[in-house]
Design a protein around this ligand. Sequence first.
Ligand SMILES: Nc1nc2c(ncn2[C@@H]2O[C@H](COP(=O)(O)OP(=O)(O)OP(=O)(O)O)[C@@H](O)[C@H]2O)c(=O)[nH]1
Length: 312
Amino acid sequence: MSRDRSPGGTADHHAGFACFVGRPNVGKSTLLNALVGEKIAITSDKPQTTRRAIRGIVTRPDAQLVVVDTPGMHKPRTLLGERLGEVIRGVWSDVDVIGFCVPADEAIGPGDRRIMADLAHDAPRTPVLGIVTKTDKVGPEAIAKQLLALSQVREFADVIPVSAVRGDQVGLLTDLLVAQLPESPRLYPDGEVTDEPVETLIAELVREAALDGVRDELPHSLAVLVSEMMPRERAPGRAPLTDVFATIYVERDSQKSIVLGHKGSRLASVGRRSRVGIEKLLGTQVYLDLHVTVAKEWQRDPKQLRKLGFDG
Ligand SMILES: Nc1nc2c(ncn2[C@@H]2O[C@H](COP(=O)(O)OP(=O)(O)OP(=O)(O)O)[C@@H](O)[C@H]2O)c(=O)[nH]1
């Protein structure tokens, strides 16, 4: 994931990404909520080009831990399942640390081993913490046995027992995760954990599609603004449709040509691809109107920046 390494961060501040993996029902979501609080949140950060579903952010004076979401692990049965698997594994190699969860009250089985094999294959260099969850359900002896069994399956950066329900060891787990993060200033503004307006998410989808394949030519000089969005009146019985009007801002004419492509063919494909995501997001059919505008030097113009939603 891209991160802001700009000066201004203190030398001993750490920040980075983590995710939890494990079979369904092992307690990943509960643990995550215990770690970051109940609120599922997306931040209003802008400059990233890689977007993952952010489940929560722990911000403390010395560190910022951003926990990203991975959908439940399933044995791929369909192409979509396989694609989902690819997405999940993409997250694994992107994060700085992975928490691998097994419950205290169930033996480690083939499902766990398969995930660990995938981890070793897809994220061989990412440090993994072994987490024994739901320790409130068993006695100390069983916890010790499970910790031992887990540590024999692979090499872990650390192995730790937790109970998310009781809050046991959750603070220590945070410390262990933070210990694996690189030195970096905060990735997200202080306390800035808000629900993002849907327009921003739509703009992100368009932006991602527009940058796809041409990132090098269009580094950070591309912004997207949704100017209008409204449901269209339709005859009864017809599927709901939303009209979305968005403008892609670039800095130079040459960049406009890149975004447009030959006779506008690239823009059309950007529209088609981002529309799929927008329809999923809105749950309606979407008519997407995309427009490319050159806004010279917008990154240095506070008025333009405000218009595009960058405050400050
Ligand atoms: N006793 C106890 N139960 C827990 C604990 N953590 C989670 N649970 C329960 O275990 C069940 C599954 O928890 P989830 O957090 O949904 O598990 P998950 O791994 O996120 O599940 P998927 O989303 O299916 O992958 C729920 O009924 C939780 O209440 C814990 O620390 N102690």
